[in-house]
Design a protein around this ligand. Structure first.
Ligand SMILES: *Cc1c(COP(=O)(O)O)cnc(C)c1O
Length: 497
């Protein structure tokens, strides 16, 4: 039986009196601790049983409230038991990291304050400004740049490319804010590499540029944009009377971790005066490591950059960050201040410094910054360097193990903390269809087996298993266990077909 709340009790609960917040808070912290402690002991993945999904999907909005204790029991029973597996030391799917406990718990503090960080003169605004400033320092952007926290790399791309579009249109003497993309006097064109993330295509479709105007620039054997090809394609477009709007380069692609030659691409962009956007959603934090610092320092030459603290910086989802070098262009692109929100020009008054809402899409904005700020302060940049170097070392160890695993093939070169590989015994050589079928069966069996989890991808029309290590809790013995599960699964897959 559910313990139901009377309406008077509901009113009282909102006042959060009588030690209830403390008692409930302690129970919640216990649940958090149990969850995090037990995660490595459980399976990497356990699908939600069908009858459970049915219970969720057929439920109706409750008329009366229920007691917090029963609610927390329900969380433990029906929700906490079915995570996607991220956070588990043998979960290597996509780019899903475990949450840093400091950042996970800080979500509760941020929600308790519950400010809108559209703007104003309150601490949350300064926490976000400080966090954004830190990333300018880390990535070599000048203090005059502007930035904000968004939901993730996808919204960071939309935000940055909107400013790029605004700037390109302005130069062509056309106010895209007024006229939109109707009767555009010129065709805007965007460039990305073969391995650029799909969120960029979504962004330019959303911005009305259209995917017909997204040029895919050829890449080299390491899947990096060839700068000479980029130069050639841009030159052709200019000759045809089109207007290059932006070049999108990757500071770590999601498939293989490839880092585009950022400096050479920056040169091409400077030559043609084209906006240079760097997608560092996954890879940018590796700038802190000695191994990748040189490859990533040229991020500083970008007009805009995206970084996802919710990936390699272990901040709970959602936390993306966008930086734009030309703060005035960013404000020009988005600022629309209704009279009731107009600032009084006094940064120290009620309204505070210029509002974040003038620099992006959202008006009401959450206090995302607290978890980012707390994580960076807690680990420090040296701490982050150590955590990321650990992941790089684990990926290297994994790659070394796969290179000597009989009948397996690894996609070279590997980069950052991603390793792509597949089961490719000699008898299947040249038979892509069979290779795809067998490897698809292996990845599904691995995922459902609950021992280890990898995802898959397709690179140059070939099917690969893909492991991305962004977890400081992953150890060599976890990698060994994964290799054992992989070999056993491959044996079975090749017997059963
Ligand atoms: C994850 C990712 C994105 C998209 O970011 P979201 O946070 O998922 O919106 C873009 N580019 C790369 C390289 C990524 O890894």
């Amino acid at each position: 039986m559910q313990e139901l709340l009377e309406p008077e009790a509901v009113m009282a609960s909102f006042a959060w009196m009588r030690g209830e917040v403390r008692r409930i808070g302690h129970r919640m912290v216990d649940l958090v601790a149990e969850y995090l402690e037990q995660l490595p002991e459980g399976p990497t993945f356990r699908p939600v049983p069908e009858e459970e999904t049915e219970r969720f999907l057929s439920s109706v909005p409750p008329m009366s409230g229920m007691s917090v204790d029963q609610l927390l029991d329900e969380f433990a029973r029906d929700i906490a038991r079915y995570p996607f597996g991220n956070g588990h030391p043998r979960f290597f799917g996509w780019v899903n990291s475990p949450p840093a406990p400091i950042a996970a718990l800080s979500e509760m503090l941020a929600a308790a304050m519950n400010p809108s960080v559209a703007g104003g003169n309150h601490a949350a605004v300064y926490v976000e400004r400080a966090s954004v400033n830190w990333f300018k320092t880390i990535l070599g952007f000048p203090p005059t740049a502007m930035g904000l926290l968004v939901s993730g790399g996808s919204m960071a791309a939309v935000t940055a490319l909107a400013v790029a579009r605004h700037t390109a249109a302005n130069r062509a003497g056309w106010s895209v804010r007024q006229r939109g993309m109707q009767d555009a006097p010129t065709r805007l064109v965007v460039y990305k590499g073969t391995e650029g993330h799909s969120c960029h295509q979504k962004a330019i479709e959303l911005l009305g540029v259209g995917s017909d105007n997204l040029r895919i620039v050829p890449s080299d054997a390491s899947l990096r944009i060839i700068p000479e090809e980029l130069d050639r394609v841009i030159t052709n477009d200019i000759a045809a009377g089109h207007t290059p709007m932006a070049v999108i380069a990757s500071a770590g692609t999601v498939n293989t971790g490839a880092i585009d030659p950022l400096g050479a691409i920056a040169d091409v962009c400077a030559k043609h005066r084209v906006w240079f956007h760097v997608d560092g959603a996954y890879g940018a934090p590796a700038i802190l490591t000695d191994e990748y610092n040189a490859a990533l320092t040229e991020i500083a030459r970008a007009d805009s950059v995206a970084v996802d603290p919710h990936k390699w910086l272990y901040v709970p989802v959602e936390a993306g960050l966008v930086l734009v070098k030309d703060a005035a262009a960013m404000r020009d692109c988005f600022s629309l201040v209704p009279p009731y929100l107009r600032t009084d020009g006094n940064a120290y008054g009620v309204q505070g410094p210029p509002w974040f809402s003038e620099y992006g899409v959202q008006q009401t904005r959450g206090f995302r910054a607290l978890k980012v700020w707390m994580a960076v302060k807690y680990f420090g940049l040296d701490g982050y360097r150590a955590l990321i170097e650990h992941d790089l070392a684990m990926a290297r160890y994994l790659a070394d193990r796969i290179r000597v695993l009989p009948s397996f093939e690894i996609r070279e070169p590997t980069s950052l903390s991603i390793v792509c590989f597949r089961y490719a015994p000699a008898r299947y050589e040249g038979n892509e269809e069979t290779l795809t079928r067998v490897n698809r069966a292996i990845v599904t069996a691995l995922q459902l087996g609950g021992e280890s989890f990898v995802s898959h991808t397709v690179i140059e029309e070939r099917f690969w298993l893909r492991a991305c290590i962004v977890n400081p809790l992953t150890s060599e013995s976890d990698i060994d266990r994964f290799i054992a599960a992989l070999a056993a699964t491959a044996d079975q897959a090749s017997v059963s077909r």
